[in-house]
Structures are given as structure tokens and as C-alpha cells.
Design a protein around this ligand. Structure first.
Ligand SMILES: [Cu+2]
Length: 242
């Protein structure tokens, strides 16, 4: 009786592992981020089930086969159980192949560039700030440590970011996108997202790039298409100064 209660004390919290793990992931606000988040959840649930089964079996065999008073000899020893060995080889293979396929599908989807993005933002990173150019307009928003950039983007429309660096390697990171891309001098990186929720989201440089690396935050404000259009027009009137 005491054994099963103790077992339950360990196994019940273990069942909450996926919740604990997924709590570490920011709530995604893009359709691509949602796919990544779902993938995390699948991994977490499978990992939690494996943990519970393995820990449970170890616990059970420790208790069930423990030495009892008067047990002076080793229990019968045996080796080779082909069926069992094939089973415990096959199960992890199936799980890993399944996770690999699921990951490949998500990666292909997430990396797919929008055919006809509503907005293309040319992002240039430099020591230490960002230059955001709205392609097809002369609107440019520049952020420096004393005055971080605030950019505005529409929701429910595909947006493509084109990343370039003036100097060293930086990384473009908006945690709520669940997406982080290196910004490499001489190599253009591109990705597309569709933001699904209006709001203000913080962005960072996520690659140590020198003294003021930590002073490169920027803000993304996601608004309705109509608000975005009028904001963009307003920026044009100001000669694109932020
Ligand atoms: Cu940087």
C-alpha cells in the first residue's frame, strides 16, 4: 500500500511535466510560431510519458525485487531476451523517426517564404542598433541605444524580413515569434511571418556583438492593416524620420 502511494507522489507531478516545460515557451503570436509551439508540446508530452514509464518501471523493480530478510543468495541470473530487446530497440526508433518527420514538416512550413508579402522589411543590423526599411517606400526607422526603434506591422498579413549586417554577426530575435535568425555580414537571411495578434512585442539582438550588444532592443507594434497603412503614410509625410 505504502509503495503505491509513494509511487503516486512521484508519478502525478511527473504527469504535469509537459505543462511545466511548455510554460517556459513564450505564447506564440505568429502562425509560424504556433506550429513551433505545437511541435514543442508533442516533444514534451512524449518525453513526459517516457519519463513516467521509465521511472515507474525502475521504481517498481527496485521495490518488487528488493532483498528481503533472509535473502542471502543472488536471484537467478539470465541474459538474452530477444523479443524484449527487439521491442526496446524498435520503440525508440519509431518515436525518433516520428519526431524527425514531424520536425521536418514544421521546419519546411516555417521556413517557407511568403510568395507575395504585404510588407517587406529590410533589416540592417549594426553596432549597436537596427535600421528598418519598408521596402517600396522611403520609410526607414533607425534605432540606437539612446533611442531604440519602434516599428509598426500589420496583423494577418504575410511579412517578409530581409536581414543584413553592416559589420559583425548579430541575431534578430523576437521571442514571441519563436524564431531567431542570425544577421550575418555578406549573407542575406530571409524569413516570413504572419502576426496573428495585435500587441506590442519586444525584440533583441541575440548574438553577442560587442560592448553595447544588450542595448539593441526594439519594439514591434502589430496593428490592423488599416492602422498600419495610415501609420506608413504618416511616416512618409515626416520624410521617414522616426
Ligand atoms: Cu548585435
Amino acid at each position: 500500500m505504502e509503495m503505491s502511494q509513494r509511487g503516486r507522489k512521484i508519478l502525478v507531478p511527473a504527469a504535469f511535466l509537459p505543462l511545466i516545460v511548455s510554460a517556459c515557451t513564450p505564447e506564440p503570436i505568429t502562425s509560424q510560431g504556433e506550429q513551433v509551439s505545437d511541435l514543442y508540446t508533442i516533444f514534451s508530452v512524449i518525453a513526459a510519458v517516457i519519463f513516467v514509464v521509465v521511472a515507474g518501471l525502475i521504481g517498481w523493480s527496485l521495490i518488487r525485487y528488493r532483498a528481503k530478510p533472509g535473502d542471502d543468495e543472488l536471484p537467478p541470473q539470465f541474459h538474452t531476451n530477444l523479443k524484449l530487446e527487439i521491442t526496446w530497440f524498435a520503440i525508440p526508433q519509431v518515436i525518433v523517426i516520428g519526431l524527425f518527420i514531424a520536425t521536418a514538416f514544421v521546419l519546411v512550413d516555417v521556413n517557407e517564404e511568403a510568395d507575395d508579402p504585404a510588407v517587406t522589411v529590410d533589416v540592417e543590423a549594426f553596432q549597436w542598433g537596427w535600421r528598418f526599411g519598408y521596402s517600396g517606400t522611403d520609410v526607414t526607422i533607425i534605432g540606437i541605444p539612446q533611442d531604440p526603434a519602434e516599428i509598426v506591422l500589420p496583423v494577418n498579413e504575410p511579412i517578409t524580413f530581409v536581414l543584413n549586417s553592416d559589420d559583425v554577426v548579430h541575431a534578430f530575435y523576437i521571442p514571441k515569434f519563436l524564431n531567431k535568425r542570425d544577421v550575418i555580414p555578406g549573407k542575406e537571411n530571409r524569413f516570413s511571418v504572419t502576426i496573428q495578434e495585435e500587441g506590442t512585442y519586444q525584440g533583441f539582438c541575440a548574438e553577442f556583438c560587442g560592448l553595447l550588444h544588450d542595448r539593441m532592443p526594439f519594439t514591434v507594434q502589430a496593428v490592423s492593416s488599416a492602422s498600419f497603412e495610415s501609420w506608413l503614410e504618416g511616416q512618409g509625410d515626416d520624410d521617414g524620420d522616426s
